[in-house]
Write a protein that binds this ligand. Structure first.
Ligand SMILES: Nc1ncnc2c1ncn2[C@@H]1O[C@H](COP(=O)(O)OP(=O)(O)OP(=O)(O)O)[C@@H](O)[C@H]1O
Ligand SMILES: O=P(O)(O)OC[C@H]1O[C@](O)(CO)[C@@H](O)[C@@H]1O
Ligand SMILES: [Mg+2]
Length: 363
């Protein structure tokens, strides 16, 4: 008798912990006697030219500690559902039909989609069209609702924290202002957690629009107090009050979301002009996304992967696994993608930062 078959794919920006999730899916499904088809390059592998790899336990040995994804991923292509903040596009019907044909042709009974907000928006649309889908949340940005954490986030935070440690010694030696730009798209999770743990003096996040004069004031105040170096962490999506996001490519592409970036270079010029200090911008970029996952992200990836197989077993399609208050559970994918999870400006990390005199550039 043909055994039950499931598919798994990784989609959107890669992040540490994806391989741990893939291994858990393969091991948990294998114990149930199921076959696992890993689709290559996310949703792209589901349509012509269809690409997949049958995954056995031995194919996933030793990958828990490996960054990236053995299945490949993409954040541009034929499955664009998001082009800008709050803008959602419908997937064309012919694409959905092709996905269904592929799954039916291969005898696959369920598909596990490991993705961020954009990829799970596509997954939800496929589910609404009858594709049996279970979601697994991932992204370094930690911007998915209905889960406290996504794997990849703490690995990125760890990198930001260590980078600040290194940058502080050179900033102190030269009595400079360092402006360290970190990822996170429209949310400030990485900037807040990385900045606080790395001893930043100012943290600029999209949730708290800043004022240039307040940043300059903080730099001058520090100098007056005998602190000649200032560490500023800025989220790529941070912006001044009434200001625009800084984007790498002007305009929008039909096949990808806009790329944010460049705010640190702008701040470098403005802070120098306003304070006369030497300022250096450092963009941490994809160094935050590469490399090995932290132990937390490995464990979260495995807990999510194994739980996703459990949801398939229970036929709870349209659900996404989640982590809330220390427990693994399930929520509707629809609930997770309804709106971006932004930093609560009254959260303990912000309160702690304020209590310690760390500025958010608005006072
Ligand atoms: N095959 C594809 N074709 C087009 N766009 C895609 C495809 N796969 C993923 N995307 C898009 O890539 C972007 C990133 O994916 P997702 O949100 O799942 O990951 P992420 O880790 O949160 O990264 P990001 O911060 O870039 O959103 C989303 O806008 C998503 O719609
Ligand atoms: O890999 P790309 O296309 O540069 O995408 C960068 C974006 O992806 C993310 O790293 C999330 O995966 C965002 O923080 C960032 O804005
Ligand atoms: Mg995203």
């Amino acid at each position: 008798m043909k055994s039950y078959r499931i598919g798994v794919l990784t989609s959107g920006g890669d992040c540490p912990g994806l391989n741990a999730a893939i291994r858990a899916v393969v091991c948990a499904a294998g114990l149930l006697g199921w076959e696992v088809y890993g689709f290559i390059d996310g949703f792209e592998g589901l349509i012509s030219p269809v690409r997949y790899q049958i995954l056995h336990e031995e194919d996933t040995q030793g990958i828990i500690s490996l960054g990236g994804t053995i299945l490949g991923t993409t954040n541009r292509g034929r499955f664009t559902t998001k082009t800008g903040i709050g803008e959602v596009k419908r997937l064309p019907g012919h694409l959905i039909d092709e996905v269904k044909e592929t799954l039916e042709g291969l005898g696959i009974g369920a598909l596990i989609c490991i993705g961020g907000d954009g990829s799970l928006t596509a997954a939800q649309q496929l589910y609404e069209s009858g594709v049996p889908i279970v979601g697994v949340p991932k992204t370094i940005d930690n911007d998915l609702s209905a889960t406290d954490y996504t794997f990849g986030f703490y690995s990125a935070v760890e990198y930001v924290c260590r980078s600040l440690d290194r940058l502080r010694t050179t900033a102190a030696s030269h009595r400079r202002v360092m402006v360290v730009e970190v990822m996170g798209r429209y949310t400030g999770w990485i900037a807040l957690y990385g900045g606080l743990s790395g001893g930043a003096n100012l943290i600029l996040i999209p949730e708290i629009p800043f004022e240039y004069s307040k940043i300059a004031y903080q730099v001058r105040k520090r100098i007056a107090e005998g602190n000649f170096q200032t560490m500023i962490v800025v989220a790529e999506g941070a912006h001044p009050k009434d200001g625009q996001y800084y984007v790498v490519e002007e305009g929008k592409s039909a096949t990808a979301e806009i790329r944010l970036g460049g705010i640190s270079r702008h701040l470098e010029k403005v802070i120098h002009l306003m304070t006369g200090q030497e300022v250096r911008a450092v963009i941490l970029g994809h160094l935050q996304r590469g490399g090995e996952p932290t132990a937390f992200d490995r464990n979260l990836g495995m807990m999510f992967g194994a739980a996703a197989v459990g949801l398939v077993r229970e036929k709870r399609f349209g659900y996404m696994v989640s982590y809330r208050e220390g427990k693994i559970g399930a929520v509707l994918i629809q609930e997770a993608i309804r709106e971006l999870k932004k930093v609560d400006v009254n959260c303990p990390e912000i309160k702690t930062a304020r209590a310690m005199g760390i500025s958010f550039g608005e006072e």
